[in-house]
Write a protein that binds this ligand. Structure first.
Ligand code: ADP
Ligand code: MG
Length: 268
């Protein structure tokens, strides 16, 4: 289906996000240290690691959400499709790089409006009804809600709300979908549904998934980045990229003993 966003789909197996020496600070405290990471298009990249190692902070760098926090400063480079992300308009970057959060956060409006609102704000020129339906189908929610699109989104189950949030992000036809622990508030059945959905979505989108669920990471992702914490000379905990490889290597034959410890749950 062709829509009025007029996007160029990135080719498969090209580097869509390229981080070069990315460091992030909250005021004077460093939380991520010189991250070098290449994320391939049309793949699912899982980001795993202990709490506080900077996974959410990293995702917020990818769509410049950290810009909204004056305490945050960033050094190094992030290239999206070979272009420095600070050369995009922030609204444009957030349309190209969509985000789904840990807790489903639909607007307290109808299912329809949850999707249509963002389209109008972004000046979508095509047929809104058509794109609402298409996005709900892509998020595997259409059949469950098509009878009543005027229903308040907050009356949906948690799993349905999360799929609505995915549909809302997809309606803007992003190149990349960031998912920050999208299933941690969901039951196993809803989680399995979202795993399946992610697998289908990667034909059109690149997904970066932060998860604490090792089964999910090993089941759905192609590449896995293991972030860890080290203690600086000043006694601060700093996150760094410890190991990055194909998911099967990370889960079955990691190079770092700490990766093995983390994935087998022996990490402390
Ligand atoms: P993770 O998602 O891996 O658990 P976060 O990115 O949330 O890690 O946090 C990384 C570090 O940055 C933690 O030490 C956390 O306390 C700190 N941090 C996160 N958000 C803020 C903030 N808004 N202000 C100050 N420090 C923060
Ligand atoms: Mg987090």
């Amino acid at each position: 289906m062709k829509f009025a966003w007029n996007n160029k789909e990135p080719e498969e197996n090209t580097v869509i996000l390229n981080l070069k020496n990315l460091s992030v600070f909250y005021q004077k405290s460093q939380v991520l240290d010189k991250i070098n990471l290449e994320i391939q298009s049309h793949q699912i990249t899982a980001i795993i690691g202990p709490s506080g190692c900077g996974k959410s902070t990293l995702l917020r760098c990818f769509n410049r959400l950290n810009d909204l926090n004056r305490d945050v400063s960033v050094s190094g480079k992030i290239l999206l499709d070979n272009r420095e992300i600070y050369s995009f308009h922030p609204v444009d970057i957030r349309r190209r790089v969509g985000m789904v959060f840990q807790k489903p956060n639909p607007f307290p409006k109808s299912i329809y409006e949850n999707i249509a609102l963002g389209l109008r704000i972004n000046g979508y020129q095509g047929d809104i009804d058509e794109l609402v339906e298409y996005s709900l189908r892509q998020a595997a929610l259409w059949d469950e809600v098509k009878q009543n699109l005027r229903r308040n989104a907050l009356t949906l189950s948690g799993g349905q709300q999360q799929r609505l949030c995915i549909a809302r992000a997809l309606a803007l036809q992003p190149s990349i979908l960031l998912m920050d622990e999208p299933c941690s508030a969901l039951d196993p059945v809803s989680t399995a549904r979202i795993d399946e959905l992610m697998h289908e979505l990667k034909t059109h989108y690149t997904i970066v998934l932060v998860t604490h669920n090792m089964q999910q990471a090993s089941r759905v992702s192609d590449m896995t980045a293991f972030f860890n914490l080290r203690t600086s000379e000043r006694g601060e905990k700093i996150g760094y990229l410890s190991e990055y490889d194909r998911t099967e290597v990370i889960f079955h034959n990691p190079k770092q003993p700490s990766t093995q410890e983390y994935i087998s749950g022996r990490f402390c």
